[in-house]
Ligand binder design. Structure first.
Ligand code: EPZ
Length: 426
């Protein structure tokens, strides 16, 4: 079980480059199922979830080549023959986002067997709405032995009004609609940049989509899609994580290769905390001189404050003067980092979906346990300012969504090293 060892106290100085967005690359890889031609994706991050998706597609009969080394961050996918359109539990249990293959599989082959994704640390994560709206498009879906089985002659366009805003739900149904017979109108869609990125790839493949990035998406189904080459968006959550790393350590950090237009709500909150930004194209320079001021946040769907930045913001709030009230509206159990932060000296009280952070409290190094992807990031941020050497266990959680985070942090002055096996190195 690999661990990180982090010695706190160094301000981060220099430039860190942001990788492609895991949560864009995952649906875009699934979109390759929709054509027998080759799909080439650039700027794919080297993270564990991408490797898992590669195995999933290959297990169904796809040819998937992940370019590391020379052709780094590029993947070639060809789903000419899908000999076994089954998303097996052994893979799905390690990554819930595997359910993203449900829509494209039904649309392409008329048949799909997908293991029901279990919950995860942050919540139950049901996909009941994915199922409900695929049935509305004509899929017959049964559940047995932990698998969903979906069949259809050909999906039909439908008018869908999402009862809840769902990111992968919007993506799954969008991929189902592009090959359906007729028009599909979806209202109350997710507006996340990852949805827009997927729509850009689908359009390049010949799909007819309007309104991606807004609450209403309209799709005219087509008979076939062809291959395409597409560059994945920068990862806005990785960028936000490094922005907070620069702020919490009182550094002077340039975060490059990002898209500042995806970070509006976070930057607005951090400005109110006294963090200074200079934005120049795809680079955000972060400086925080002196004390940080407390500020409240409430997580909501994009373009509001992202739930995937809540844990990282909480680490910063422990170093801000005053009381910060953090409300988590998206997931029912996304405070797994709180007890670990308290063990490092933070003053946090949870009441249902609200955590109240009283700062500034000095943090001291401790042995801590990572529980999920963003909670792990929060603990790394806390360790960067803790007094002494923090040991973080189960860092495989962080490897799911951050590319070589310890190398990137070391490159801007952090004292961090990994113990045990190293993911991504042969
Ligand atoms: C996506 O998860 C992201 N994952 C999550 O990122 C992110 O936290 C989340 O969106 C919210 O932004 C990927 O894109 C791979 P939802 P997703 O469906 O799509 C409820 C990370 O850290 N819901 O938007 O699974 C659900 O329970 C991960 O990278 C239903 O009730 O989230 C939740 O309360 C963590 N029924 C809310 O909707 C459904 O059928 C929003 O979930 C679907 C969702």
């Amino acid at each position: 079980m690999d661990k990180f060892v982090v010695r706190g106290g160094n301000p981060l100085l220099g430039t860190v480059r942001i990788s492609g967005a895991k949560n864009s690359a995952l649906p875009c890889m699934a979109a390759a199922i929709l054509t027998e031609d080759e799909v080439i994706l650039e700027n794919v991050p080297q993270v564990r979830d991408i490797e898992t998706e590669r195995k999933l597609l290959a297990s169904m009969g796809a040819e998937v080549e992940l370019g590391y080394g020379r052709a780094q961050h590029r993947t070639h996918i060809r789903c000419a023959i899908l000999s076994d359109p089954v998303a097996k539990y052994e893979i799905v249990k390690t990554m819930r986002a595997s359910s993203l293959v449900l829509g494209p599989l039904i649309a392409r082959t008329g048949l799909a067997r997908v293991a029901m994704p279990g919950g995860c640390a942050i919540g139950g994560r049901p996909i009941d709405l994915h199922i409900k709206y695929l049935e509305k498009m004509g899929a017959q879906i049964t559940q047995d032995h932990g698998y969903l089985e979906a069949r259809t002659e050909r999906l039909k366009g439908a008018h869908i009004i999402w009862e809840k805003i769902s990111v992968t739900g919007t993506e799954d149904l969008l991929m189902a609609a592009v090959l359906a017979d007729g028009e599909t109108v979806m209202e109350n869609c997710a507006r996340e940049p990852e949805v827009t990125d997927l729509a850009a790839l689908l359009t390049a493949m010949g799909a007819k989509i309007q309104g991606a990035g807004t609450s209403t998406i309209t799709v005219q189904g087509v008979a076939k899609l062809h291959g395409a080459r597409h560059r994945i968006n920068p990862d806005r959550i990785e960028a936000g994580t490094f922005i907070i790393a620069g702020a919490i350590t009182g550094g002077d950090l340039k975060v490059s290769g990002c898209d500042p237009s995806h970070l509006g709500a976070l930057l607005e909150t951090l400005r109110s905390c006294g963090v200074r930004f200079d934005i120049n194209g795809d680079t955000i320079r972060v400086r925080s001189e002196g004390t940080l001021k407390a500020a409240d946040i409430t997580t909501v769907e994009y373009p509001g404050f992202p739930t995937d930045m809540q844990a990282q913001y909480m680490a910063l709030a422990t170093q801000a003067e005053g009381t910060s009230v953090i409300t988590e509206n998206i997931f029912e159990n996304r405070f797994m980092h709180v007890q670990e932060l308290i063990r490092m000296g933070a003053n946090i009280r949870i009441d249902g979906r609200t955590a109240t952070v009283r700062g500034k409290t000095p943090l001291s190094a401790a042995a801590v346990m990572c529980s999920d992807l963003r909670a792990s990031a929060s603990l790394v941020l806390a360790a960067l300012v803790a007094d002494g050497e923090t040991i973080l266990d189960r860092v495989y959680h962080i490897d799911r969504g951050y590319e070589h985070i310890e190398e990137k942090l070391r490159g801007v002055g952090a004292q961090i090293r990994r113990m045990g096996e190293v993911f991504g190195k042969k």
